[in-house]
Design a protein. Sequence first.
Length: 591
Amino acid sequence: MIALLSVFLPPFILICVRNRIFDTQLSDRKRIMHYLIAVIGLNWVMMMILYFGFDSTGSLSDNLNNHNGFACKYISLAVLIALAEPLTECYIRRHMTLKVARPSGTTFKFCYWKLCAWVYSAVLFALNFIRIFDNCFWGDEGFTIDLAQKSIPGIISGTAADVHPPLYYLLVKIAYEIFGKQGWVFHLVSLIPCVVIIIFSMTTIWKKFGGSASVILITLACLSANAVRNNVEVRMYSWGALFVLLSFYSLYGILEKNRVKDYLLFGLFSLAAAYTHYYCLISVAFFYLVLLVRALVSRKENLKKTLITCVLTVIGYLPWFFIMLRTLTEKTESYWIEEIPTFQESIQELFSGQFPLWLWCLIAVAFIFALLYETRIIKIEKTNKEQYGIRVDISAFHITDRVVFLIAGIISVIGTIGFGITISELIRPFYLVRYIYPVSVVAWVVLCVVISRLKGRKIYSVLLILVMCILFIPSYKKVYLHDKSADKMLTETMELTSDIKTDDVILTDQVHIDWSLAAYYYPGVETELVNLSDVPKLDTGRIYWLILNNIKKAEDTLGQIESQGFECETIAEKGKVGTFTVNIYKLTYEQ
């Protein structure tokens, strides 16, 4: 109750004061819209101030309901801002004027709400951008960085031996050759798709599906937990999401206009997706399936273009197809995944597991209603000046291009998840929930299109964005603070271990440090993975550095080393190497 009061009362005060000052005469519908916009705007400002200015953490609703001091501060500050905003606006209107001069003969259309959306997008992008200045990596990221330093044939052969196609690694290679080996460079490569998605949403999506769809998509692509992670992680998932998104939109172009240009873009983007990640290949394959079925069933005049696109795409992927088969066959017996995610876990992962059950139920109802409306089974009619009626007419059933587009998106999402689970059950586990991040963007677009087709979409959009901000901002703050703390610990650890030389040997119990991270943080130093229960015989003529991830076994391991005549000097306790917490010891033989 306190949470609801804190969120909805100050905006009401703002609207009342503003209407009193400016004496505005509005319809009830516009009053509701202004109030909802005030709700999302004022609470957005409040969360930015509290979570980033005053270092608050945790869920906003929990803080408001369980901490009276926090709630009192929140309401007081919100009311102060609610009073200050209309007074400031009044002063500006009376004492300042804005004139925009333009050359004669030119036109300039100003959209206030689109300007606000650009500002909102810039803020969300900035929240992602400030995270690229981080030097903490985990094993797979270290593998990416290692591949980027190889020659192009080396990259091809290296990733052919792994389980991912080469396109992303080639993109990282380009950035590495231009800017060199710097942590922010590798993060920046993964952030580029976020920039493209923002621009694409603010231009193409805005024009095609409206501002509501555009802003919802940007919020999900910049602020949801999965996006926050993948937008800077030195892996291929953000690029896979971009290519799947562009393939999906190109499919809509084919359905709507059937132009050769759309088929060409569809083929190119889907090939790029397939060369980025194997689960992206599965996702776009379902787009082709829908396109083929549609051409065979109802649009036979499009069959030739569809078949040509399919054939050319297959030819384009053939050079890597046989490598993919060989690699997956070799990995069948030795792949590291052990558990198979459930279908429910996978569905929840589409929205980072952050959407509550009630919101899922509302989305399902909205999706069903939108499909019924688009297929003309139900029709909303204006009965008089103030009232609307709903007419049900099954005989008017008609499948529009937009319906096919939405169905294609749902089939791709469900099909990708189903394929991952099925192949894992039949052969061996080959599926993780993070593999479906690229197709999550398809689910987001489907949600955006559904909302854009509902009556009262502006109200629904504002409420959904408000809910998402309440859910996403605290989780972002938690990730940001964790990354900042980890990077500080890493910097301190690197300073403490600056004496490690290329003639020394690093012993570690952490597979990822041995596999890829030691080569990044301590280039040229020999690394050996050790079994803590049976430490090997050490060379008395060399200096060793023991990097222990399993801190609980430190005492037993050090005892084994000391029994060989080595002195164990503690260099760092609970330090960081990459994303791993470690103890570091310097081992020298006692003469």
